[in-house]
Design a protein around this ligand. Structure first.
Ligand code: FEO
Ligand code: CA
Ligand code: CA
Length: 620
């Protein structure tokens, strides 16, 4: 792993006003407005929607657990009164008669395709009954040191195939048997990988000239986060897909579109060295098949995943669905420094569309967010023929706008953000929260420039095209940044996954980069390993709920409908970090050996199952 995070480098040369500047203006304006007002720990401001009227009855505390301390142990730590079990670690066969996981990483590509993938990320639980359901789990990327016995100094087609088989999505049935959740055999159990046949729908169909490649449409890659739709399907999101493409051609040069998406000669994964599918010179349109939101129906194991092109093409972090006047609304962040937040609003009732056999995700308007200094904002439509997106300006049609979504958003004047990650909608107030994980700023006049710890902002929609926004909190450690209003019970940095439970607790998962984790010189020593916290957005109270093992990030948050089981993922435990060191094929355990602690094994991403001893609601 490198000490430089590619996401921290901006590819946005549009000159749109950076969010840091807008935030500085907004922070100082709010400081005048609320100056001297006592605000709850961790909250920079209180908006009218959040502040309780003086006459409101005192609400019961949402957070009923004792905070766990920050830590750096190679372990998962949860509050007293809670249990934690490990479910479906990487390599678990998805059927009981499938190939067993081999701790020396000698499973073949064909075997990996019948096992749980690598690096669990976004996830959703789809209940079938009160003690049985389907878990859809993203597998974001693979780590050559961990998946091959001898690393990837020499790449072969078989190695690329194994990596492809480790990517994608697992759909498995789980059941609570004698009080413990476990994987069970089911016809629903399946793997979707980087090689699974896929379909396209919406304005960019599979036979669009820009999607015609040397191989049939297949695979989904870098599946970061995801969201369940109101009709019970799962949309998995393709984030850093650019890294899989490269070329050995010496004459190939990137187009402005390639540059904007970070597609380069060297790629990163180097798959093109062994598989011409990923050679961007030899197979130039394969790359256009990635960067989409991909709909999977977990209850239809034979149905192809469908890339829904109306949702735009960028480095989709995740997809969060809600409804507005019967229409589907989908939010998605583009996770790179200086990139944008998007919203899709379906045209007409999603129920009616489904009734007529049409996908509600194929018809609607894609918008991108512009944040103004005064706390207002606009959703700018990315519609061919509107604003600058005209033929005269070189935009051929709506398919062109969607294939080049980032450039279309540049053209309309969207606000560059500090790496937008997950988005969550409060179940009662409908406020929308987004994590901005960190950024590198560069403006001395900006209080959070650079912004190594990230922040969370929220907004309230005012119709389809306007919103009012505010800063919810600044993350970090006050020892290093006095503007941070957190303490020992809740210091954290680099918020990534967020989600609400049914009662309105806001759960915050962190993904401090491997280059900064645990390091005093980066202001991350007291924060320790990545973690999960819970917040009460009404009071501003925040408590640390879980700390993960070394080198991991915490992600994937999803609950059973009764909120009495929490599933959460430990991704990339034991990955190289600047603080702990670098695992090698000879010693993959150099950083972590979680969860097996086998002296001859290796660390494995896995799902955690968290329950309360008394069977109560998690967090209560
Ligand atoms: Fe895949 Fe932005 O995390
Ligand atoms: Ca993430
Ligand atoms: Ca992240």
């Amino acid at each position: 792993m490198t000490s430089l995070d590619p996401d921290d480098l901006s590819s946005n040369t549009s000159g749109n006003r950076p969010f840091q500047e807008v935030m500085a203006a907004r922070v100082s304006r709010r400081a005048v407005v609320v100056g001297g007002t006592a605000v709850a720990a961790g909250f920079l401001t209180a908006t009218p929607a959040q502040a309780a009227p003086a006459s409101a009855p005192k609400k019961r505390d949402l957070l009923g657990f004792d905070a766990v301390p920050a830590g750096s142990a190679d372990a998962v730590v949860v509050p007293e009164g809670y249990s934690v079990d490990v479910l479906i670690p990487w390599g678990t066969p998805i059927r009981s008669n499938g190939p067993a996981w081999r701790k020396d990483a000698s499973n073949t590509a064909a075997e990996q395709a019948q096992q749980i993938g690598f690096n669990h990320d976004g996830m959703a639980y789809f209940p079938l009954s009160h003690n049985r359901g389907l878990l859809a789990v993203n597998h974001e990327y693979t780590d050559a040191v961990m998946i091959y016995p001898d690393g990837d100094a020499v790449l072969t087609k078989e190695k690329v195939d194994k990596a492809l088989a480790g990517h994608g999505v697992s759909v498995v049935q789980i059941a609570k048997v004698n009080g413990k959740w476990r994987l069970v055999d089911s016809h629903y159990n399946r793997r979707i990988t980087g090689s699974t046949p896929v379909a396209f729908s919406g304005p960019v169909p599979a036979d669009h000239p820009k999607l015609r490649a040397n191989n049939p449409p297949m695979g989904t890659l870098n599946n970061c986060s995801s969201g369940p739709t109101p009709w019970g399907t799962y949309v998995t999101c393709e984030e850093n897909w650019n890294q899989y493409f490269g070329t050995t051609s010496t004459t190939w040069t990137p187009t402005p579109e390639h540059a904007r998406y970070g597609v380069s000669r060297n790629g990163g994964a180097r798959w093109h060295e062994a598989d011409p599918r990923f050679d961007v010179a030899a197979n130039p349109h394969e790359v256009n098949r990635f960067g989409w939101g991909v709909e999977i129906d977990p209850r239809r194991p034979d149905a192809k995943p469908v890339k829904r092109t109306a949702l735009g093409r960028f480095k989709h972090e995740g997809m969060t669905f809600t409804e507005s006047r019967g229409r589907v609304v989908a939010y998605s962040g583009d996770d790179q420094t200086g990139d944008y937040i998007y919203k899709f609003v379906g045209s007409g009732s999603w129920r009616v569309q489904r009734l007529f056999g049409r996908s509600p995700l194929d018809h609607g308007t894609l918008y991108v967010a512009k944040f103004n200094d005064d706390g207002t904002g606009q959703w700018l439509p990315l519609v061919h023929g509107q604003g600058p997106l005209t033929k005269a300006n070189g935009w051929a049609d709506q398919a062109d706008v969607l294939l080049r979504t980032r450039q279309a958003a540049d053209a309309v004047g969207a606000t560059p953000m500090d790496r937008p990650e997950w988005i969550a909608v409060h179940p009662k107030t409908h406020e929308v929260f987004v994590t901005l994980t960190n950024g590198n700023g560069g403006n001395a006049a900006n209080p959070r420039t650079p912004n190594p710890y990230g922040h969370i902002i929220k907004w309230l929609e005012k119709g389809d095209t306007a919103f009012e926004w505010d800063i919810f909190l600044l993350a970090g450690d006050p020892q290093y940044d006095p503007s941070v209003e957190l303490d020992e019970t809740n210091i954290f940095g680099s918020p990534d996954g967020i989600g609400f439970d049914r009662d309105g607790r806001l759960w915050i998962q962190t993904d401090i980069s491997n280059s900064a984790q645990n390091r005093p010189d980066r202001g991350y020593d007291r924060i320790g390993n990545n973690q999960l916290l819970a917040a009460d957005p009404r009071t501003g109270e925040i408590r640390r709920f879980l700390v993960g093992p070394r080198g991991c990030e915490i992600t994937g948050l999803t609950f059973t409908p009764d909120s009495r089981t929490l599933f959460v993922n430990v991704q990339h435990p034991g990955e190289a970090t600047n603080f702990w060191g670098t695992p090698t094929p000879a010693n993959p355990r150099a950083v972590s050996n979680w969860p097996d602690f086998d002296p001859n094994g290796r660390p494995r991403a896995a799902t955690l199952v968290i329950r309360k001893h008394d069977g109560g609601v998690i967090g209560s």
